[in-house]
Every structure is written in structure tokens, then in C-alpha cells.
Design a protein around this ligand. Sequence first.
Ligand code: SF4
Length: 79
Amino acid sequence: MLEYDLTWRAKGACQGLNPDIFYPDSEENCEQALSICKTCEVRIACLNYALESREKQGVWGGASARERRKLLRTSRRSA
Ligand code: SF4
């Protein structure tokens, strides 16, 4: 089983916020989470984690689940 360094999470702009913001009921309702992620100093670490661990739900690193699927498809094609 892979182990991830998750120390970056303590610096996330989402710390202490309602997690529901980051798990909206649809892709179309991600705007609030995306705008918070834009201000986050650990956005890249968060996005990398979500991509590597294949997080299927929610907004991570400024990308919705659909956007992350797209990123993974693109990276597989160019590999
Ligand atoms: S990028 Fe977004 S989801 Fe990730 S830690 Fe920062 S605020 Fe939270």
C-alpha cells in the first residue's frame, strides 16, 4: 500500500471550513470550492495527491473530479 506525505493538509485554505463545500452535489456547484483553492498555498501538493491516489470525489487542488479525470487521461496519452 502506498503511503503519502499529507503534512501539506495542515496549511490548506480549506482547513476548518465546511467539508460539504468541497463535496458539492454536482460538478456545476464547485465554484465556491474552486475559488478557495485558488488562494491556497498547497494547491499543487493537494492536486498531486488527488491525482496519484485517484481521488474520485470532491474538489482537490483546484480541480473537480471531472477535471482530474481529464488530466489523468491526458497524462496517460502523453506517456
Ligand atoms: S487546494 Fe483546495 S482542497 Fe486542496 S488543501 Fe487547498 S483549499 Fe483544500
